[in-house]
Design a binder for this molecule. Structure first.
Ligand code: ASP
Length: 413
């Protein structure tokens, strides 16, 4: 029985749960609220991961910059490309969300519990700055106060870099902590089919077809944003900066695209991405192993785009007005979240807890979108992984580490 269950790939179990949940919800109506607790259990388990996952991943991500410096021009160029593409991605998500309004169709009165709408906006800017500093790191962890936690994690990462060799043992603890937290997340992700089933039944039963249409729109826009990033942004970088034909690039990474889409994990795809970059694209071993392994943890353009889009979705559903200052806050937080997100399934949804409260979007949004997150996660991961390969090829081409003969032989892969 157990073997049968675990033999079905997780994403197939999740999609089946999603469809069954919608059917049950439409049939059962508002009473489907009775099983929402299963979804709440799933979301509580995700929230449990927020603090330790962000803390360990962010510190180990910042500490990894030590290797970047060792790699000089390769590291610098990779970092610049990661940041520029990440920023374009978030703003694309914000633009799509603002123009096409995925969350506009839901009647807010139908939402049974509005969650805790955090009121951050009435603080003066001086108070906001003071609130960035954790008076007690333990207290901010206990309160899941993510912004000061990030400041603390960034400072520890910088401290590790400054301590050089003497900081290495601490860096190792954080690296290993990050890996352990990824494993814990994998355990929690096994709850996904049950959580998705209950949440979709609840959404379909209590909010009706309007909500389903809004979610379908969100999923569609997530795919649109990801495809624009891959087809337009990566193609331009490949064509104009790396100066190779985009079609050869995409042919070369077909395996990585397939594996990332089905596993929803940049980390699990890492060996395949490396092989594609080295064998099919002709990126040297040193550049590919450095850029792609680092990229799998910190370069997540699909996730960054999605966080922008999902924040607007939540704001539209719950009628929260966002100002330009909020947009800038989202762009910075989504970039940090993409660095702090581990390359594992569901990392993006955990990072919502980082972005939403800072701009006054209720965390209840997570319950709304969690049911369809997996389908979006698959596409975000493909975007993330293709971005790692695109940056690796571009940096290799800029630094003379690209063997174009290998690239041409991509035909016979
Ligand atoms: N699953 C994604 C990845 O591994 C991260 C995310 O959830 O957005 O790249």
């Amino acid at each position: 029985m157990f073997a049968f269950w675990f033999n079905i790939p997780l994403w197939q179990r999740v999609i089946a749960a999603l469809i069954l949940g919608v059917i049950l919800g439409l049939w059962w109506g508002p009473d489907a609220e009775q099983i929402k607790w299963i979804g709440s259990f799933f979301i509580a388990s995700i929230k449990m991961l927020v603090v330790p996952l962000i803390f360990f991943s962010l510190v180990s991500g910042v500490a990894a910059i030590g290797d970047i410096r060792k790699l000089g021009k390769v590291g610098g160029r990779a970092m610049i490309l990661f940041i520029i593409t990440g920023q374009i991605a978030v703003w694309l998500g914000l633009a799509i969300g603002t123009l096409l309004k995925p969350g506009a169709g839901i009647d807010p009165d139908k939402i049974p519990s509005k969650g805790d709408i955090p009121p951050p906006t009435d603080l003066a800017w001086t108070e906001r700055i003071i609130a960035l500093v954790p008076q007690s790191p333990v207290e901010v962890m206990a309160n899941v106060d993510v912004l000061p936690l990030i400041v603390f994690a960034l400072l520890i990462g910088i401290g590790i870099l400054m301590a050089k060799e003497e900081g290495e043992p601490v860096a190792k603890i954080f690296d290993s902590g990050a890996i352990v937290m990824q494993k814990v997340t994998m355990i929690v992700m096994e709850l996904t089919p049950f959580g998705v089933f209950a949440l979709m039944a609840w959404v379909a039963g209590t909010l009706g077809t309007d909500a389903l249409i809004a979610l379908a729109k969100l999923v569609g826009l997530n795919y649109l944003g990801c495809l624009l990033i891959i087809i337009v942004m990566y193609s331009c970088i490949i064509k104009f900066v790396a100066k190779i034909p985009p079609i050869d690039f995409f042919r070369g990474i077909t395996d990585a695209i397939a594996v990332s889409y089905s596993t929803a994990s940049s980390n699990a795809t890492l060996p395949v991405t490396l092989r594609c970059a080295q064998r099919n694209l002709g990126v040297s071993k040193s550049v590919s192993s450095f850029v792609i392994s680092l990229g799998a943890t910190i370069n997540m353009n699909g996730t960054a785009m999605y966080l922008g889009l999902a924040t607007l979705f939540g704001a539209q559903v719950f009628g929260v007005d966002l100002t330009w200052a909020d947009y800038f806050t989202i762009s910075i937080l989504a970039t940090l979240a993409a660095i702090g997100a581990a390359g594992i399934p569901g990392a993006g949804i955990i990072m919502m807890a980082l972005v939403f409260p800072q701009v006054g979007v209720p965390l209840e949004t997570i319950a709304l979108v969690a049911g369809v997150d997996r389908i979006m996660d698959m596409m975000r991961t493909t975007t993330n992984v293709s971005g790692d390969a695109a940056v690796a090829v571009t940096v290799a081409s800029m630094t003379g580490e690209l063997d174009k003969e290998e690239l041409i032989s991509a035909d016979d892969v």
